[in-house]
Design a protein around this ligand. Structure first.
Ligand code: SF4
Ligand code: SF4
Length: 172
């Protein structure tokens, strides 16, 4: 497995940077100033959510533009989704990994089409907010039922392929 296959996969994906998997990323206290200096929107006043917001503004053209800098966030350095880890461990081959990411991106597009318009830029937040709203309804229309079904499928993929298994944000 060459390093470039992993880079190609992540470049085509970006789900862990684009606000689809995570709505924020955890930072250590000593990273706050340095991360803000990179151009990221840092949250300081809530210790339970100390970190920076996604979608990440330095994810541009499929590339993390701060990847090689010394202050690259530690959580970003650590996070590898399950698909990427399996590719690196040669448990799956590149076409299989690519198919898994493309299938997830396709399902995200379908869910996106069923979400109401919103000023919230994080897909993850929009997904959760709408799912909670629809689940509270006494009766759901066909579109809402379709949304719940596809959102459920997507959240299952988030767990099995990306290790994100709750509405709580995990350390990236
Ligand atoms: S979600 Fe996985 S494949 Fe996608 S960019 Fe992040 S680490 Fe790479
Ligand atoms: S700093 Fe880079 S790796 Fe981390 S979320 Fe932003 S674009 Fe992704």
């Amino acid at each position: 497995m060459s390093e470039s296959n992993a880079q190609t996969l992540c470049k085509a994906c970006g789900l862990c940077c684009s606000g689809h998997l995570f709505s924020w990323v955890r930072l250590n206290a000593n990273e706050l100033d340095k991360t803000e200096a990179l151009g990221l929107k840092v949250i300081r006043n809530d210790p339970r959510q100390r970190g920076f917001l996604q979608p990440c503004p330095v994810w541009q053209g499929g590339i993390c533009t701060v990847y090689t800098l010394p202050d690259y966030p530690r959580s970003c350095e650590k996070y590898k989704c399950i698909v990427l880890r399996k590719l690196l461990d040669e448990e799956i081959d590149f076409p299989d990994a690519t198919n898994q990411i493309e299938e997830t991106l396709g399902l995200i597009r379908e869910v996106e089409n069923l979400l109401p318009a919103s000023a919230i830029t994080s897909f993850r937040e929009r997904l959760i907010a709408h799912k909670e709203d629809v689940e509270k309804l006494d009766e759901q229309n066909l579109i809402e039922k379709e949304f719940l079904q596809k959102a459920g499928e997507l959240l299952n993929l988030y767990e099995s392929r990306f290790g994100v298994d709750d509405f709580i944000d995990y350390e990236k």
